[in-house]
Write a protein that binds this ligand. Structure first.
Ligand code: AMP
Length: 394
C-alpha cells in the first residue's frame, strides 16, 4: 500500500501536487470541469492542514513550447471559484523562473498556487533535467494525484520522487482501491466487458483479465478480429490483421482456464461509416461482403444483459459500437443501462466508456468511473504505473 497525504505531516510545508487538469476547452472556456472537481478533496485537505500548496498539471500537447491556447490560467480561475479562495497563477513561459521561485518561497500556510502547463517544457515528457530539479527546488513534499498520467514517467509524475518524500493524493488512492480490489479481491462472478476500436491495445488487457475473471465479454470493433480468427467473413468491418493469431490463442487460453469468453452472435452492419447509412442486422457468420459491423445486435444485447445481471463485479472498458452515431449507439446504451440496473460493483474504465455512461445519464449509478483511460487500461493489463510505483510504501 502506498502512503497518502494522511500519512505525512504537511503542515507549513511546501507541497508540490501533480494534478490532472487536462480539461477539454472550447474558445478559451472549460467545457467539462470534472477533472478539476476530482482534485478538490486532495487540495482542500492540504489547505485545511496548513500546507503551502503548489499545483502542477499538463494540458493538451503544446509539445515543449509555450502556446497560449494551452495555458492553465482558465484552470486557476475555475479552481479559485470552486475553492472560494485565491489561486495564485504563476504565469511563466518556462514554468519555473526566479519570479515563480519567489512566489513559492513566500507562500503562506493554506495558500494555493498553480504553475503553468508543465508540457511547455520539452524535458517534461522525457523525464529529463534540468526541469525536474527546477520543479524540485519549489517544494519539500511531492504528491501525485494525477491518475490520468500515472502510466507515464515524466518529470512531474515520477521524476520528482527522486528528490523528496513522495505520497499519493486521494484521487490516486481511490483509483487504486477500486481497480486494485476488482482485480485482486473481486466479489464473484466477476465479469469484464472489453470493447472499442483499438484491438492491439486491448488484447494484452484481455490476456491479463483472463487470469482474473469468470466471464469476459467482447464488444465493439475488436469483435471482428475475433470473427476473422473464427473463420468468418467480416465484410468491410474494422480488422486488426496482426492480432488474428493472438485472438485465436486467447480463445484457446480462455477454454484452458475455464473462463467464458463471449463474443457477439449478431451485429448491426452499415454500408458506410455514416449515421445515415443503410443498415441491417446480421448473424456474425452472415456479414455481407459490402457492409461493416457498427454495433452489437439485439440477440447479443439480450445474451450479455443476462450475464451482467448475475455478476457481482463488472469492469467495462470500450464502447460496444460506434456510439457517437445515434443509429449505432443501442448496444453501448444497453450495456450502460444493464450496469446501472445491476447491484454489482461497477467500474468504468476512463475514456469512451466513461463518456458513454455520462452521455446516457447513468454516471451516478456506477460504483466508480476511472479518470484515466490509458492509465486504467495499463492497470488492468497488470502493468506497473511509474507515477504510482515511485511513491513511498506504508
Ligand atoms: P477505443 O479508443 O479503442 O476504446 O475505441 C473507441 C472507439 O471505438 C469509439 O470511437 C467507437 O466509435 C469505436 N468503435 C466501436 N465499435 C466500432 C466498430 N464496430 N467499428 C469501428 N469503430 C468502432
Amino acid at each position: 500500500m502506498k502512503k497518502t497525504i494522511r500519512d505525512i505531516d504537511v503542515s507549513g510545508k511546501r507541497v508540490l501536487v501533480r494534478c490532472d487538469f487536462n480539461v477539454p476547452m472550447q474558445d478559451g472556456k472549460i467545457t467539462d470541469d470534472i477533472r478539476i472537481t476530482s482534485a478538490l478533496p486532495t487540495v482542500k485537505y492540504l489547505i485545511e492542514n496548513n500546507a503551502k500548496v503548489i499545483l502542477m498539471s499538463h494540458m493538451g500537447r503544446p509539445k515543449g513550447e509555450p502556446k497560449p491556447e494551452f495555458s492553465l490560467k482558465p484552470v486557476a480561475d475555475r479552481l479559485s471559484q470552486l475553492l472560494g479562495k485565491e489561486v495564485i497563477f504563476a504565469a511563466s513561459d518556462v514554468v519555473v523562473d526566479d519570479k515563480v521561485r519567489e512566489t513559492a518561497e513566500e507562500l503562506q500556510p493554506g495558500q494555493v498556487m498553480l504553475l503553468e502547463n508543465v508540457r511547455y517544457r520539452k524535458e517534461e515528457t522525457k523525464n529529463e533535467e534540468p526541469f525536474t530539479g527546477q520543479l524540485a527546488q519549489l517544494g519539500e513534499i511531492f504528491v501525485n494525484d494525477a491518475f490520468g498520467t500515472a502510466h507515464r514517467a515524466h518529470c512531474s509524475t515520477a521524476g520528482l520522487a527522486e528528490y523528496m518524500p513522495s505520497v499519493s493524493g486521494f484521487l490516486i488512492e481511490k483509483e487504486v482501491k477500486f481497480l486494485g480490489d476488482a482485480l485482486e479481491n473481486p466479489e464473484r462472478p466477476f465479469v469484464a466487458i472489453m470493447g472499442g476500436a483499438k484491438v492491439g491495445d486491448k488484447i494484452p488487457v484481455i490476456e491479463n483479465l483472463l487470469k482474473k475473471v469468470d466471464s469476459l465479454i467482447v464488444v465493439g470493433g475488436m469483435s471482428y478480429t475475433f470473427f476473422k480468427a473464427m473463420g468468418y467473413e467480416i465484410g468491410t468491418s474494422i480488422l486488426d490483421e496482426e492480432s488474428i493469431e493472438l485472438a485465436k490463442e486467447l480463445m484457446e487460453k480462455a477454454k484452458a482456464v475455464g473462463v467464458q469468453l463471449m463474443l457477439p452472435v449478431d451485429t448491426v452492419c452499415a454500408k458506410e461509416f455514416d449515421n445515415s447509412s443503410e443498415k441491417g442486422v446480421f448473424d456474425r457468420d452472415k456479414i455481407p461482403a459490402d457492409m461493416m459491423g457498427m454495433d452489437i445486435g439485439p440477440k447479443t444485447i439480450d445474451m450479455y444483459k443476462k450475464v451482467i445481471s448475475t455478476a457481482k463485479t463488472v469492469v467495462w472498458n470500450g464502447p460496444a459500437g460506434v456510439f457517437e452515431m445515434p443509429n449505432f449507439a443501442e448496444g453501448t446504451k444497453a450495456i450502460a443501462e444493464a450496469l446501472a440496473k445491476s447491484e454489482a460493483v461497477t467500474i468504468i474504465g476512463g475514456g469512451d466508456s466513461a463518456a458513454a455512461v455520462e452521455q446516457f445519464g447513468y454516471a451516478d449509478k456506477m460504483t466508480h468511473i476511472s479518470t484515466g483511460g490509458g492509465a486504467s487500461l495499463e492497470f488492468l493489463e497488470g502493468k506497473e504505473l511509474p507515477g504510482i510505483s515511485c511513491l513511498e510504501e506504508k
